[in-house]
Structure formats: C-alpha cells, structure tokens
Design a protein. Sequence first.
Length: 156
Amino acid sequence: MPDPDEPESFECDVAMPEDHPSDIEQARIVLRALTELTDTARECIYCCVWDGWVGSWLDPELIRGPLVALPHRQYVLFAGGLGDIEHWEEQFGGGEPCPPPAFAWPADRQWCFVSDVDPHWAGIGARARVIESLTTRTDADVVCASPDQVPPRYAS
C-alpha cells in the first residue's frame, strides 16, 4: 500500500487499483529478487508465521512446529525451499488469500524479509548493493529506509 499522502490519513481512504498486487504477490516478487541478487542457496529458506492467524487461515495442524517468541508476538517456524512461497496460499491459506510470512530468510542469512500484521509496509535487511538494486525495480515499491527514520504511518 502506498505511504499516506497527508497526516492523519486512514488506510480505508486508499483506493487501490483492481490490478494492484496483493501483499503475498509483492512478497514473492521481493523474495525472488533477493535470491537472484545474493549467493543464497535456494534449497532452504526459513519462514515465521504469526501464531495469531490460528483460527483464521492457519491450519491448527501446522502450529506444532518450533515456536519463535519475540516481545508482543509469537511465531511458528517453518523451513522449506524458496519455491514454497509460490504455493503459499495452498499451503497456509487453504487456497484462499493469506498474508505473507512475518519473517523469511535463507540459511546463509544474507538477507531478511519482515512483514508485520499491522503496518502497511515490509522491511528488508540486506547488503546496501542489494537494497539499491531492489529500489530500481518497477514491479515492487521499494525505497531505502534508515533506522533513524520513523516510517510513515496511517492514523489508527
């Protein structure tokens, strides 16, 4: 979703075009690009899925895996190949639209993709040259950010 145009904008005020890629489609674009831009092995990628999705789209059978506990959230950890992201909705959403992974990273830890349930953006940690390459893409909206900057937020 684009950043707010003005202060106190609400997410519900944003008119998204019908052909705008979903969150998981945009995540796929970026995850594919990250793999192409790094020496990352495609065989193993780790994903964390917020356990708060249990009861909505996450099959209760899938939450038996190891848990990753962070302040304010707990996640179920999965491991698989990068190709698994192509079938994310079938594996985790019963064929229905579902959110992207909360975290995704390769075994060699060359990058990390982070997508929380609340903000309208995702974060990517990688080498500067990789981030710079991502910002030139036209199929995903990627901008550089700094830990010193507060990201734009919609009013709640």
